[in-house]
Every structure is written in structure tokens, then in C-alpha cells.
Design a protein around this ligand. Structure first.
Ligand code: B4P
Length: 190
């Protein structure tokens, strides 16, 4: 199975590129950000709890997102592979994902890490904020916090995957089509 982790800071283009990849490789897209926003829109207890973290640009607690991914994986049968978008975001989430996939004997094949300059990230998120209505894209302090949280808690994940030979850095600057081509080049070699 082609199991990929799409990795990168907020605004790196994970959700955008996942859209191309699921179509091209017939994969199932699991975005914890999207799953959390569905819970918020549905007004569930989990959604209410998650919103209090997301609106501040903080990570939602590990047990909440791990539980969500676990139940999603249990419902999917006969997948060609998964794109994990925005998950894992901590080392504990990465370990939990390995355990979950181990049960199915289908490990993560690659962590595709989109690399984008900080000012470009801010510009992308601010422009999305003008149309998305996402609270976490509108306040510059929250955007700054999301990038700081990424640097502190999520970036160290590269050192989790690198020794396993699974980390692939990809230039995430430029047009959406060019970045999609760079991702394709790496995936075809996996
Ligand atoms: P996410 O929904 O994952 O949000 P994101 O990091 O902003 O990435 P996204 O995929 O949406 O945006 P993209 O870069 O594609 O997370 C939101 C929050 O949920 C987190 O802050 C956290 O609170 C919580 N959360 C989610 N997962 C969690 C987890 N595992 N653990 C704990 N908490 C979790 O795109 C951004 C913008 O850039 C778009 O407008 C796009 O059109 C544009 N863009 C993309 N590529 C471009 C390009 N090449 N050029 C110009 N613009 C581009």
C-alpha cells in the first residue's frame, strides 16, 4: 500500500497537494484538520474541545487526533493507500500511527516534507483567511503561533523519519503544478 505522510508548516500546501495526489494515485485522504473542522461544524463535544485549541493556533491533544485517525482507519477497507495530511504532528502521533499501521502490515513509505519560506507561509494563510472564514487564518498573532508551534513540536518529526530513510524534503515554493511534479518524482521512486 502506498501510505504517505504529507508534511510541512501551516500554509505549506499540504491540503492543496493532497487533492492532486489522491486523484493521481487513487489514495484515501485523511486530513486531521478537515476531520476536526467537520466536528466543529457538526457541533459535537469533540469539535467544541478542538475549537478552543485551533482558534489559538495550538495543537489539539494527541489522544483526540489519534482516536479520530484510528476510527477512520477501521472503517476503510480495500484501500490502495492513504495520504496522511497534517498528521502526525508530534512524535507521539507518529508512534501511534506506526502502531496502527503495523496491525495492517502496511507501513508509511515516505514522509514528503514541503519546504516553504516563512513570509510566503504568512502571505498564503492571510489570503486564504480573507475567503475561508477560518478563525486561525485571520489573526496574525495566531498565524505566528501556528508557525512557532510547528517549529517546536512538529519539525522534530523529521528526525523520527530521517533515520528510517523515509524523509524526503521537497521545495514547496513556486506554482502548485510545479510542486505537484516534484512530489510525483519522489513518489514514483518509492
Ligand atoms: P490544518 O487543517 O492541517 O491546516 P494547515 O496547516 O493550515 O494546512 P492546510 O493543508 O489547510 O493548508 P495548505 O498548506 O494546503 O490544521 C489546522 C489546525 O488543526 C492546526 O493548527 C491544529 O490546531 C489542528 N490540527 C490539525 N491536525 C492536527 C494534529 N495532527 N494534531 C494536533 N492538532 C491538529 O494551504 C494554505 C493556503 O495556501 C491555501 O489557501 C492554498 O490555496 C495556498 N497555497 C497552497 N499552495 C500554494 C502555492 N504553491 N502557491 C500559492 N498559494 C498556495
Amino acid at each position: 500500500m502506498l501510505n504517505l505522510v504529507l508534511f510541512g508548516p501551516p500554509g505549506a500546501g499540504k491540503g492543496t497537494q493532497a487533492g492532486f495526489l489522491i486523484e493521481k494515485y487513487n489514495l484515501i485522504h485523511l486530513s486531521t484538520g478537515d476531520l476536526l473542522r467537520s466536528e466543529i461544524n457538526a457541533g459535537t463535544k469533540l469539535g467544541l474541545e478542538a475549537k478552543s485549541y485551533m482558534d489559538k493556533g495550538e495543537l489539539v491533544p494527541d489522544e483526540v487526533v489519534i482516536g479520530m485517525i484510528k476510527s477512520k482507519l477501521e472503517t476503510v477497507k480495500d484501500a490502495k493507500g492513504f495520504i496522511f495530511d497534517g498528521f502526525p504532528r508530534t512524535v507521539d502521533q507518529a508512534k501511534a500511527l506506526d502502531n496502527l499501521l503495523d496491525g495492517n502490515k502496511t507501513p508509511v513509505l515516505g514522509m514528503l516534507s514541503l519546504e516553504v519560506e516563512k513570509q510566503e507561509l504568512i502571505d498564503r494563510l492571510v489570503s486564504r483567511g480573507k475567503v475561508s472564514g477560518r478563525a486561525d487564518d485571520q489573526d496574525p498573532t495566531v498565524i505566528e503561533n501556528r508557525i512557532n508551534v510547528y517549529n517546536q513540536k512538529t519539525l522534530p518529526l523529521i528526525e523520527y523519519y530521517r533515520p528510517l530513510g523515509k524523509h524526503f524534503g521537497i521545495n514547496g515554493m513556486g506554482s502548485i503544478e510545479d510542486i505537484a511534479l516534484r512530489l510525483k518524482e519522489v513518489i514514483e521512486k518509492l
